[in-house]
Write a protein that binds this ligand. Structure first.
Ligand code: HEC
Ligand code: HEC
Length: 262
């Protein structure tokens, strides 16, 4: 069943990506650096929700498990009659309100396990900054509930923190490792040395000896053209928008860096 779903999805995504690729084969020299989220009390709930939605569907790596129906509970639709995630969050753990429960499910996912699922979700703070985590919480609350996340929340939990800051010095960097954190690459592609219950994407270790510079560039611009062996189940989860989001200089900085990893 899952296989059939995935292959249908694959064909659809494949067709779409051919069109996207034709449109984006040559990265625009002047495209924008990824969305900036200004870290202040003044951030509006709408800005947080939008940033959270982006992360959820892209660089956060959430859809590799959520939304497929079997590996993890659906967050965008009802799960087992308990309502959308923004509704059911308040009823999960006695003594935790919605915001507290969602925060715990992201940074300490095995403290409470949704019945019927295995403890395979990782602590999101290993790959996402605290602002990114609060943005995700705001987005999840917006699905059927009231958004109570405020700027003050991420100040209390240590501001930007983490390895993937969204704000500030992001603009105009060509440091490849910083660019990969900003674009969520390293949230999915975790180091080989990290012990993981499930590996969502191939580690970058030694990638320069497995792939040519051209192959690496092609994979980033059109991730669905070739699916890495052993990762068929996650084919189609790598975002296809990097050709639009990265400037030519940023793309080349990342490609050169990856090709140099032997
Ligand atoms: C490796 C697979 C995997 C990934 C990736 C993953 N999750 Fe999960 N998640 C699960 C599983 C399995 C559960 C149910 C077991 C549990 O409670 O930990 C779960 C539970 C949850 C819950 C609680 C749901 C409920 O009904 O109470 C939330 C909220 C959640 N995940 C959010 C996220 C977000 C946001 C991301 C992306 C940053 C993410 N997850 C990435 C597997 C994953
Ligand atoms: C949402 C998760 C996700 C994000 C974000 C992501 N990738 Fe991927 N990537 C994957 C998956 C899954 C595969 C393997 C399946 C496939 O080939 O599509 C992959 C494959 C690759 C490969 C081929 C690796 C190999 O060993 O064959 C490269 C190179 C790559 N990604 C680079 C990047 C770069 C650079 C970024 C950021 C600009 C990025 N990825 C962002 C999930 C992701």
């Amino acid at each position: 069943m899952l296989k059939v779903h995935l292959s249908i999805m694959g064909v659809v995504v494949g067709c779409l990506s051919v069109f996207t690729w034709v449109a984006n084969a040559i990265p625009q020299i002047q495209s924008d650096v990824p969305e900036d989220l200004v870290l202040s009390d003044e951030v509006t709930p709408e800005e947080l929700i939008a940033a959270g939605e982006d992360l959820y569907n892209g660089g956060g790596g959430c859809t590799a498990c959520h939304g497929l129906g079997e590996r993890a509970p659906n967050l965008l639709t009802d799960h087992a009659g308990t309502g959308l995630i923004g509704e059911r969050c308040a009823n999960r753990v006695a003594g935790q309100d919605c915001k507290q429960y969602l925060h715990a499910s992201l940074v300490d996912p095995n403290a409470y396990l949704v019945e019927g699922f295995a403890p395979i979700m990782l602590d999101a703070s290993r790959t996402l900054s605290s602002v990114q985590i609060w943005a995700l919480i705001a987005y999840l609350q917006s699905l059927g509930g009231e958004v109570t996340v405020r700027g003050a929340d991420f100040e209390e939990s240590g501001g930007g923190g983490g390895v993937a800051p969204l704000a500030g010095d992001a603009r105009a960097t060509t440091d490849p490792q910083h660019l990969m954190a900003l674009n969520g690459c390293t949230a999915c592609h975790l180091p080989a040395a990290m012990e993981l219950p499930v590996r969502l994407a191939p580690p970058f270790d030694g990638i320069g000896s497995r792939m040519t510079t051209e192959e690496i560039r092609a994979e980033i611009l059109d991730p669905n053209a070739v699916t890495t062996e052993g990762y068929e189940a996650f084919g189609g989860t790598m975002p296809t928008y990097f050709g639009e989001r990265l400037t030519a200089a940023e793309l080349e900085a990342i490609v050169r860096f990856l090709a140099s990893l032997r």
